[in-house]
Design a protein around this ligand. Sequence first.
Ligand SMILES: NC(=O)c1ccc[n+]([C@@H]2O[C@H](COP(=O)([O-])OP(=O)(O)OC[C@H]3O[C@@H](n4cnc5c(N)ncnc54)[C@H](OP(=O)(O)O)[C@@H]3O)[C@@H](O)[C@H]2O)c1
Length: 308
Amino acid sequence: MFAMRYHRYGGPEVLCLEEAEEPHAGPGQVRVAVRATGVTPADWYLRSGMLRDTAPLGFPHIPGMDAAGTVDEVGEGVVGTAVGDAVFGLVPFADRGGAAARYAVLEAWAHNPRAWSFEEAGGAAGNVDTATRVLEALEATEGMTLLIEGAAGGVGTVTAQLARARGLSVIGTASEGNHGFLDRLGVVPVTYGPGLAERVAPLAPHGIDVVLDAAGKGSLAELVAITGDPRRVITIADFDADRHGVRFSRSEAGASPGWAGLPLAARLADQGQLTIPLHAVFALKETASAHEASAAGHARGKIVITVP
Ligand SMILES: NC(=O)c1ccc[n+]([C@@H]2O[C@H](COP(=O)([O-])OP(=O)(O)OC[C@H]3O[C@@H](n4cnc5c(N)ncnc54)[C@H](OP(=O)(O)O)[C@@H]3O)[C@@H](O)[C@H]2O)c1
Protein backbone atom coordinates (compact mmCIF):
# COMPACT_ATOMS: atom_id res chain seq x y z
CA MET A 1 0.00 0.00 0.00
CA PHE A 2 1.09 3.64 -0.20
CA ALA A 3 1.79 5.51 3.05
CA MET A 4 3.26 8.77 4.20
CA ARG A 5 6.13 7.94 6.51
CA TYR A 6 9.57 8.89 7.79
CA HIS A 7 12.73 6.99 8.65
CA ARG A 8 14.33 9.39 11.15
CA TYR A 9 13.40 12.29 13.40
CA GLY A 10 13.53 15.70 11.74
CA GLY A 11 11.66 18.56 10.09
CA PRO A 12 8.74 18.19 7.67
CA GLU A 13 11.25 17.26 4.93
CA VAL A 14 11.72 13.76 6.42
CA LEU A 15 8.16 12.84 5.34
CA CYS A 16 7.95 10.80 2.14
CA LEU A 17 5.15 9.04 0.29
CA GLU A 18 6.25 5.45 -0.39
CA GLU A 19 5.26 1.79 -0.42
CA ALA A 20 4.66 0.20 2.98
CA GLU A 21 3.49 -3.14 4.30
CA GLU A 22 -0.27 -3.37 4.83
CA PRO A 23 -1.51 -3.63 8.43
CA HIS A 24 -4.21 -6.17 9.31
CA ALA A 25 -7.00 -6.09 11.86
CA GLY A 26 -6.16 -8.02 15.03
CA PRO A 27 -8.72 -9.26 17.57
CA GLY A 28 -11.14 -6.49 18.51
CA GLN A 29 -9.93 -4.24 15.70
CA VAL A 30 -11.10 -3.21 12.24
CA ARG A 31 -9.09 -2.14 9.23
CA VAL A 32 -10.32 0.77 7.13
CA ALA A 33 -9.53 2.03 3.67
CA VAL A 34 -8.66 5.53 4.91
CA ARG A 35 -10.49 8.52 3.42
CA ALA A 36 -9.23 11.17 5.84
CA THR A 37 -7.02 11.52 8.91
CA GLY A 38 -6.65 14.33 11.43
CA VAL A 39 -3.44 16.23 12.17
CA THR A 40 -2.71 16.89 15.83
CA PRO A 41 0.27 18.75 17.33
CA ALA A 42 1.51 15.39 18.65
CA ASP A 43 2.10 14.27 15.03
CA TRP A 44 4.86 16.86 14.58
CA TYR A 45 6.08 16.68 18.21
CA LEU A 46 6.72 12.96 17.57
CA ARG A 47 8.24 13.55 14.13
CA SER A 48 10.63 16.23 15.40
CA GLY A 49 12.04 13.91 18.09
CA MET A 50 11.05 16.18 20.98
CA LEU A 51 9.25 13.21 22.61
CA ARG A 52 12.01 10.68 21.87
CA ASP A 53 12.70 10.06 25.59
CA THR A 54 9.10 9.57 26.71
CA ALA A 55 7.56 8.20 23.50
CA PRO A 56 10.32 6.76 21.29
CA LEU A 57 9.23 5.74 17.78
CA GLY A 58 10.12 2.67 15.78
CA PHE A 59 11.10 3.51 12.18
CA PRO A 60 9.80 3.78 9.57
CA HIS A 61 6.88 5.59 11.21
CA ILE A 62 3.53 6.50 9.65
CA PRO A 63 1.91 9.56 11.30
CA GLY A 64 -1.83 10.02 11.90
CA MET A 65 -3.64 8.98 15.08
CA ASP A 66 -7.24 9.03 13.94
CA ALA A 67 -9.04 8.33 10.71
CA ALA A 68 -12.33 7.89 8.92
CA GLY A 69 -12.82 5.37 6.17
CA THR A 70 -14.61 2.28 4.96
CA VAL A 71 -14.15 -0.96 6.86
CA ASP A 72 -12.47 -3.64 4.73
CA GLU A 73 -11.37 -6.14 7.43
CA VAL A 74 -13.10 -7.06 10.68
CA GLY A 75 -11.02 -8.63 13.46
CA GLU A 76 -11.99 -11.58 15.60
CA GLY A 77 -14.61 -10.78 18.24
CA VAL A 78 -15.89 -7.58 16.65
CA VAL A 79 -19.68 -7.30 16.63
CA GLY A 80 -21.88 -4.60 15.14
CA THR A 81 -19.45 -3.51 12.42
CA ALA A 82 -19.22 -5.07 8.96
CA VAL A 83 -17.11 -4.72 5.82
CA GLY A 84 -18.33 -1.66 3.91
CA ASP A 85 -19.38 0.36 6.99
CA ALA A 86 -18.18 3.97 7.14
CA VAL A 87 -16.53 4.59 10.52
CA PHE A 88 -14.27 7.05 12.33
CA GLY A 89 -11.91 6.09 15.11
CA LEU A 90 -8.50 5.83 16.74
CA VAL A 91 -5.42 3.89 15.70
CA PRO A 92 -3.93 1.62 18.42
CA PHE A 93 -2.40 3.85 21.10
CA ALA A 94 0.84 1.87 21.16
CA ASP A 95 1.42 2.59 17.44
CA ARG A 96 1.38 6.39 17.96
CA GLY A 97 0.32 6.73 14.33
CA GLY A 98 -0.47 4.77 11.21
CA ALA A 99 -3.44 6.57 9.67
CA ALA A 100 -1.71 8.58 6.89
CA ALA A 101 -1.89 5.59 4.55
CA ARG A 102 -4.14 3.58 2.24
CA TYR A 103 -5.14 1.24 5.10
CA ALA A 104 -5.14 1.74 8.87
CA VAL A 105 -6.17 -0.37 11.83
CA LEU A 106 -8.54 1.13 14.41
CA GLU A 107 -8.90 -0.02 18.03
CA ALA A 108 -11.91 2.19 18.88
CA TRP A 109 -14.47 3.54 16.44
CA ALA A 110 -18.09 4.49 15.79
CA HIS A 111 -20.22 4.65 12.67
CA ASN A 112 -20.00 7.93 10.78
CA PRO A 113 -22.93 10.24 11.40
CA ARG A 114 -24.86 11.23 8.28
CA ALA A 115 -24.15 14.88 9.12
CA TRP A 116 -20.37 14.65 8.61
CA SER A 117 -18.27 14.39 5.48
CA PHE A 118 -15.34 11.95 5.54
CA GLU A 119 -13.07 14.98 6.12
CA GLU A 120 -15.01 16.02 9.22
CA ALA A 121 -15.21 12.44 10.51
CA GLY A 122 -11.48 11.94 9.85
CA GLY A 123 -10.62 14.82 12.15
CA ALA A 124 -13.04 13.93 14.93
CA ALA A 125 -11.99 10.86 16.90
CA GLY A 126 -8.85 12.07 18.67
CA ASN A 127 -10.47 15.27 19.86
CA VAL A 128 -13.70 13.53 20.90
CA ASP A 129 -11.64 11.01 22.90
CA THR A 130 -9.64 13.77 24.63
CA ALA A 131 -12.65 16.00 25.27
CA THR A 132 -14.71 13.15 26.72
CA ARG A 133 -11.84 11.99 28.95
CA VAL A 134 -11.34 15.53 30.28
CA LEU A 135 -15.05 16.25 30.85
CA GLU A 136 -15.39 12.96 32.75
CA ALA A 137 -12.32 13.72 34.88
CA LEU A 138 -13.65 17.21 35.67
CA GLU A 139 -17.03 15.65 36.57
CA ALA A 140 -18.58 18.25 34.29
CA THR A 141 -22.34 18.28 34.71
CA GLU A 142 -25.36 20.35 33.80
CA GLY A 143 -25.45 23.86 35.21
CA MET A 144 -21.67 24.24 35.63
CA THR A 145 -19.58 26.86 33.88
CA LEU A 146 -16.47 25.63 32.05
CA LEU A 147 -13.60 27.87 31.03
CA ILE A 148 -11.46 26.58 28.14
CA GLU A 149 -8.03 28.12 27.62
CA GLY A 150 -7.40 27.71 23.88
CA ALA A 151 -11.02 27.14 22.81
CA ALA A 152 -10.65 27.76 19.06
CA GLY A 153 -8.37 24.80 18.28
CA GLY A 154 -9.17 21.17 17.55
CA VAL A 155 -9.61 20.02 21.16
CA GLY A 156 -11.19 23.27 22.30
CA THR A 157 -13.96 23.35 19.68
CA VAL A 158 -15.00 19.75 20.38
CA THR A 159 -14.76 20.06 24.18
CA ALA A 160 -16.87 23.21 24.08
CA GLN A 161 -19.64 21.56 22.06
CA LEU A 162 -19.66 18.34 24.12
CA ALA A 163 -19.83 20.46 27.27
CA ARG A 164 -22.74 22.49 25.84
CA ALA A 165 -24.51 19.22 25.03
CA ARG A 166 -24.09 18.20 28.72
CA GLY A 167 -25.78 21.44 29.75
CA LEU A 168 -22.74 23.46 30.78
CA SER A 169 -22.13 27.12 29.98
CA VAL A 170 -18.79 27.57 28.23
CA ILE A 171 -16.41 30.52 28.20
CA GLY A 172 -13.43 30.14 25.90
CA THR A 173 -10.23 32.06 25.25
CA ALA A 174 -9.06 32.90 21.74
CA SER A 175 -7.46 35.73 19.81
CA GLU A 176 -9.97 38.41 18.84
CA GLY A 177 -10.20 37.22 15.25
CA ASN A 178 -11.73 33.98 16.54
CA HIS A 179 -14.35 35.51 18.84
CA GLY A 180 -17.14 35.45 16.26
CA PHE A 181 -16.23 31.82 15.46
CA LEU A 182 -16.52 30.83 19.15
CA ASP A 183 -19.77 32.76 19.52
CA ARG A 184 -21.27 30.69 16.67
CA LEU A 185 -20.28 27.50 18.58
CA GLY A 186 -22.23 28.71 21.62
CA VAL A 187 -19.09 29.75 23.51
CA VAL A 188 -18.71 33.13 25.23
CA PRO A 189 -15.35 34.38 23.89
CA VAL A 190 -12.66 36.16 25.87
CA THR A 191 -9.12 37.16 24.92
CA TYR A 192 -6.27 35.13 26.46
CA GLY A 193 -3.24 36.63 28.23
CA PRO A 194 -2.49 38.48 31.47
CA GLY A 195 -5.54 39.86 33.28
CA LEU A 196 -7.76 36.94 32.26
CA ALA A 197 -9.39 36.74 35.71
CA GLU A 198 -10.61 40.35 35.45
CA ARG A 199 -12.01 39.78 31.95
CA VAL A 200 -13.72 36.50 32.92
CA ALA A 201 -15.35 37.78 36.14
CA PRO A 202 -18.16 39.80 34.48
CA LEU A 203 -18.82 36.93 32.04
CA ALA A 204 -19.31 34.41 34.88
CA PRO A 205 -21.18 36.11 37.70
CA HIS A 206 -21.55 32.77 39.55
CA GLY A 207 -17.88 31.91 39.06
CA ILE A 208 -16.01 29.29 37.02
CA ASP A 209 -16.58 25.71 38.18
CA VAL A 210 -14.07 23.84 36.03
CA VAL A 211 -11.24 24.67 33.62
CA LEU A 212 -9.56 22.92 30.70
CA ASP A 213 -6.19 24.28 29.68
CA ALA A 214 -5.91 23.19 26.04
CA ALA A 215 -3.20 25.74 25.22
CA GLY A 216 -0.27 25.01 27.53
CA LYS A 217 0.98 28.58 27.33
CA GLY A 218 1.96 29.02 30.98
CA SER A 219 -1.33 30.34 32.38
CA LEU A 220 -1.96 27.61 34.99
CA ALA A 221 -1.34 29.91 37.99
CA GLU A 222 -4.02 32.30 36.75
CA LEU A 223 -6.41 29.46 35.86
CA VAL A 224 -6.04 28.00 39.36
CA ALA A 225 -6.67 31.45 40.87
CA ILE A 226 -9.85 31.77 38.76
CA THR A 227 -11.37 28.58 40.23
CA GLY A 228 -9.68 28.85 43.62
CA ASP A 229 -8.88 25.12 43.54
CA PRO A 230 -6.27 23.29 41.42
CA ARG A 231 -8.40 20.11 41.52
CA ARG A 232 -10.93 21.86 39.30
CA VAL A 233 -8.34 22.53 36.58
CA ILE A 234 -7.02 20.01 34.05
CA THR A 235 -4.36 20.64 31.47
CA ILE A 236 -3.60 18.55 28.41
CA ALA A 237 -0.66 20.66 27.31
CA ASP A 238 1.30 22.20 30.22
CA PHE A 239 4.08 19.95 31.52
CA ASP A 240 4.40 22.25 34.55
CA ALA A 241 1.09 20.89 35.88
CA ASP A 242 2.56 19.21 39.00
CA ARG A 243 4.05 22.45 40.28
CA HIS A 244 0.54 23.96 40.31
CA GLY A 245 -1.16 20.87 41.79
CA VAL A 246 -3.06 20.50 38.50
CA ARG A 247 -3.85 17.17 36.83
CA PHE A 248 -2.30 16.44 33.41
CA SER A 249 -4.64 14.29 31.28
CA ARG A 250 -3.14 12.19 28.48
CA SER A 251 -4.02 9.11 26.41
CA GLU A 252 -2.88 5.83 27.89
CA ALA A 253 -2.80 2.26 26.69
CA GLY A 254 -6.00 0.28 27.18
CA ALA A 255 -9.65 1.20 26.98
CA SER A 256 -10.20 4.92 27.61
CA PRO A 257 -13.24 6.64 29.10
CA GLY A 258 -12.95 8.80 25.98
CA TRP A 259 -13.94 5.91 23.69
CA ALA A 260 -17.54 6.10 24.94
CA GLY A 261 -17.59 9.57 23.46
CA LEU A 262 -17.33 8.29 19.87
CA PRO A 263 -20.89 6.90 19.42
CA LEU A 264 -22.26 9.77 21.49
CA ALA A 265 -20.48 12.26 19.22
CA ALA A 266 -22.05 10.62 16.17
CA ARG A 267 -25.53 10.94 17.72
CA LEU A 268 -24.91 14.57 18.66
CA ALA A 269 -23.68 15.30 15.14
CA ASP A 270 -26.91 13.98 13.65
CA GLN A 271 -28.86 16.10 16.15
CA GLY A 272 -26.96 19.19 14.94
CA GLN A 273 -25.10 19.59 18.25
CA LEU A 274 -21.55 18.70 17.16
CA THR A 275 -19.68 20.01 14.15
CA ILE A 276 -16.00 19.52 13.33
CA PRO A 277 -14.94 22.92 12.00
CA LEU A 278 -12.11 22.45 9.49
CA HIS A 279 -9.21 24.89 9.54
CA ALA A 280 -7.65 23.40 6.41
CA VAL A 281 -7.77 20.23 4.31
CA PHE A 282 -4.58 18.89 2.68
CA ALA A 283 -3.97 15.99 0.31
CA LEU A 284 -1.83 13.09 1.61
CA LYS A 285 1.11 14.20 -0.54
CA GLU A 286 0.92 17.60 1.26
CA THR A 287 1.37 16.11 4.76
CA ALA A 288 4.48 18.25 5.34
CA SER A 289 2.41 21.40 4.76
CA ALA A 290 -0.30 20.07 7.08
CA HIS A 291 2.30 19.57 9.84
CA GLU A 292 3.63 23.10 9.24
CA ALA A 293 0.11 24.53 9.44
CA SER A 294 -0.40 22.79 12.79
CA ALA A 295 2.97 23.97 14.09
CA ALA A 296 2.01 27.58 13.31
CA GLY A 297 -0.19 27.23 16.43
CA HIS A 298 -3.35 29.04 15.35
CA ALA A 299 -5.63 26.43 13.86
CA ARG A 300 -9.29 27.49 13.88
CA GLY A 301 -10.75 24.03 14.32
CA LYS A 302 -9.15 20.92 12.82
CA ILE A 303 -6.49 20.28 10.18
CA VAL A 304 -7.28 17.21 8.08
CA ILE A 305 -5.48 15.17 5.41
CA THR A 306 -7.46 13.36 2.72
CA VAL A 307 -6.30 10.03 1.33
CA PRO A 308 -7.00 9.30 -2.36
N1 LIG B 1 -2.81 15.30 26.56
C1 LIG B 1 -3.66 14.98 25.60
O1 LIG B 1 -4.38 13.98 25.69
C2 LIG B 1 -3.75 15.84 24.38
C3 LIG B 1 -4.63 15.51 23.32
C4 LIG B 1 -4.72 16.39 22.24
C5 LIG B 1 -3.96 17.54 22.21
N2 LIG B 1 -3.10 17.81 23.22
C6 LIG B 1 -2.33 19.07 23.26
O2 LIG B 1 -3.26 20.12 23.49
C7 LIG B 1 -2.86 21.29 22.79
C8 LIG B 1 -4.00 21.73 21.89
O3 LIG B 1 -4.22 20.76 20.89
P1 LIG B 1 -5.14 21.11 19.64
O4 LIG B 1 -5.17 19.93 18.77
O5 LIG B 1 -6.42 21.72 20.10
O6 LIG B 1 -4.25 22.25 18.97
P2 LIG B 1 -4.61 23.24 17.79
O7 LIG B 1 -5.81 22.76 17.08
O8 LIG B 1 -3.35 23.48 17.05
O9 LIG B 1 -5.05 24.58 18.57
C9 LIG B 1 -4.33 25.72 18.53
C10 LIG B 1 -5.19 26.78 19.24
O10 LIG B 1 -4.41 27.34 20.30
C11 LIG B 1 -4.84 28.67 20.46
N3 LIG B 1 -3.80 29.46 21.11
C12 LIG B 1 -2.60 29.83 20.61
N4 LIG B 1 -1.94 30.55 21.54
C13 LIG B 1 -2.73 30.61 22.65
C14 LIG B 1 -2.59 31.18 23.94
N5 LIG B 1 -1.49 31.86 24.31
N6 LIG B 1 -3.59 31.04 24.81
C15 LIG B 1 -4.71 30.36 24.49
N7 LIG B 1 -4.91 29.78 23.28
C16 LIG B 1 -3.91 29.91 22.37
C17 LIG B 1 -5.10 29.16 19.06
O11 LIG B 1 -6.07 30.18 19.11
P3 LIG B 1 -5.84 31.57 18.34
O12 LIG B 1 -5.60 31.22 16.89
O13 LIG B 1 -7.10 32.32 18.57
O14 LIG B 1 -4.62 32.19 18.95
C18 LIG B 1 -5.56 27.91 18.31
O15 LIG B 1 -6.96 27.91 18.13
C19 LIG B 1 -1.56 20.91 22.05
O16 LIG B 1 -0.47 21.30 22.87
C20 LIG B 1 -1.63 19.40 21.96
O17 LIG B 1 -0.37 18.81 21.87
C21 LIG B 1 -2.98 17.00 24.30
